[in-house]
Design a protein around this ligand. Structure first.
Ligand code: ADP
Ligand code: ADP
Length: 226
């Protein structure tokens, strides 16, 4: 679980206009926060600054009270999945999920236990010996999620994770992601341009436009807007 604070954060890409302007938000433990808005409104940039994949131009970022502005202060115990899955093609599903623990020198037995536990949580126990090219889109995204959550990060970040899937699968995966949030002691932050996804998944919805936060509210309160 992570408490994340953004204070007057802006991002200006070199030679560009501000991608994100004066963005302030508190994200609390175990919340499911959604950044929603049209393409180009700064959702990914905000997520990437939280993840430490992008420098902050102005403002401050705190994670559990610790100042985290620099990309170098990188070990912020967060994990991210992307729209395109980004699995290691030469590794099996098992190895993809185990890899980060191997880098951290987690003992083999413990690795195995965690991989199996995570695979069960995502319903991919039968796929552990397959390579990514032998998986469907939905299966790949489950593996990508497994790889991200296996070490139980404080925050789990998702950037349009369902955009490449067909409508039926998206519905199913939405339910699975909601259940995952119930089952894990982890803060979820999720980027989407899809309002249905935002409304059905989030506990807190951040509506963005042109790099600026327009509204932040619970889904039920957003529905009440005129
Ligand atoms: P979204 O995720 O809402 O689609 P982004 O955060 O990706 O929006 O982009 C916000 C704005 O920043 C856009 O105008 C985009 O063109 C610009 N942008 C994003 N990444 C870069 C980059 N690496 N260099 C320059 N401009 C960028
Ligand atoms: P290493 O490369 O050191 O063997 P890994 O964490 O990648 O470390 O684990 C590979 C090991 O995991 C295999 O030797 C095997 O014992 C176990 N393993 C691989 N696939 C599966 C599977 N589908 N189910 C259970 N255990 C597996």
């Amino acid at each position: 679980m992570a408490e994340i604070e953004l204070k007057h954060v802006s991002k200006i890409y070199e030679g560009g206009a501000a991608a994100v302007r004066d963005f302030s938000l508190d994200i609390h433990d175990r919340e499911f926060v959604i950044f929603v808005g049209p393409s180009g409104c700064g959702k990914s940039t905000t997520l990437r600054m939280i993840a430490g994949l992008e420098d902050i131009t102005e403002g401050e970022l705190y994670v559990d009270g610790e100042y985290m502005n620099d990309v170098e202060s990188c070990d912020r115990d967060m994990a991210m999945v992307f729209q395109n899955y980004a699995l290691y093609p030469h590794m099996t599903v098992y190895e993809n999920i185990a890899y980060s623990m191997k880098l951290k020198k987690v003992p083999k037995e413990e690795r195995r236990k965690k991989v199996l536990e995570t695979a069960k949580l995502l319903g991919i126990e039968e796929l552990l010996d397959r390579k990514p090219k032998e998986l469907s889109g939905g299966q790949k995204q489950r593996v990508a999620m497994g790889r991200a959550i296996v070490r139980r990060p404080k925050a789990f970040l998702m950037d349009e994770p369902l955009s490449n899937l067909d409508a039926k699968l998206r519905n199913q995966m939405r339910t699975e992601i909601r259940n995952l949030h119930k089952n894990l002691d982890t803060t979820f932050i999720y980027v989407t341009h899809d309002q249905t996804e935002a409304m059905t998944l989030g506990t807190k919805i951040v509506v963005m436009k042109d790099g600026v936060m327009q509204q932040v509210d619970t889904p039920s309160q957003l529905y009440d807007y005129p």
